[in-house]
Design a protein around this ligand. Structure first.
Ligand code: TMP
Length: 213
């Protein structure tokens, strides 16, 4: 896959309860105020077919979903999302703000489910070629706190949300490991602190990225 676009690709990651939705709203407002053309999207999902895959992935089933099936579903949706939404937007020169992307596959299927990380990297290369997010914002917090926030929010848990704390701690660890290995592309923000502080840090990341425009 060739990347010929001039857009900027940002992804927001973190375990459940980290505050991704609030962060994304803040980013969208920031970009709007600066008159920067942008689109918001999410994974799994983002196109009609990829949203159908999301539904299948998150639903409860009688049968256990294999970890390999989870990975292949994630990358099937991602191929669709890239071809029909992300790459066209980047080629138009827009910013693409994506709620989760491939780091989530490393974290959830690699860390959470224990799938070999190299196998995920091989599929990543196949589906994405050289395309990687310009910046990955990792909203970090202890799994226990994330789960508390989810419980307070209420509602029914999806297939992943019903996992145990230890699963989300493994997910968190992979996000942190990946961020440590590539500090130029990743930014870890302490999501347990006040919302205002989180937003100040996000604004700094955006301003720095915006400088290259
Ligand atoms: P969310 O959009 O509410 O965060 O739900 C998406 C769920 O899907 C979340 O639990 C993380 C999980 N997920 C994976 O397991 N692998 C992936 O590659 C992605 C993008 C999400």
């Amino acid at each position: 896959m060739q990347i010929s676009g001039k857009g900027t690709f940002i992804t927001i990651e973190g375990i459940e309860g980290a505050g991704k939705s609030t962060a994304i709203k803040f980013i969208a407002d920031w970009l709007t105020k600066k008159n920067i053309p942008h689109v918001l999207t999410r994974e799994p999902g983002g196109t009609e077919i990829a949203e159908a895959i999301r539904g299948l992935f998150l639903a409860h089933h009688q049968e256990t979903m294999c970890a390999d099936t989870e990975i292949l579903l994630m990358f099937a949706g991602r191929a669709q999302h890239l071809a029909n939404f992300i790459l066209p937007a980047l080629q138009r020169g827009e910013w693409v703000v994506c709620d989760r992307f491939t780091d989530a596959t490393f974290a959830y299927q690699g860390g959470g489910r224990g799938i070999n990380l190299q196998r995920i990297a091989d599929i990543e290369q196949w589906v994405q070629g050289e395309l990687r997010p310009d910046r990955v914002i990792v909203l970090d917090l202890p799994a226990e706190l994330g789960m508390q926030r989810i419980r307070t929010r209420g509602g029914n848990s999806d297939r992943i949300e019903q996992e145990k704390i230890a699963f989300f701690e493994r997910v968190r660890q992979i996000y942190l490991d990946r961020a440590k290995k590539d500090p130029a592309r990743y930014c870890v923000i302490d999501a347990s602190q006040d919302l205002e502080k989180v937003q100040t840090e996000i604004a700094k990341v955006l301003a720095k990225l915006g400088e290259k425009l």
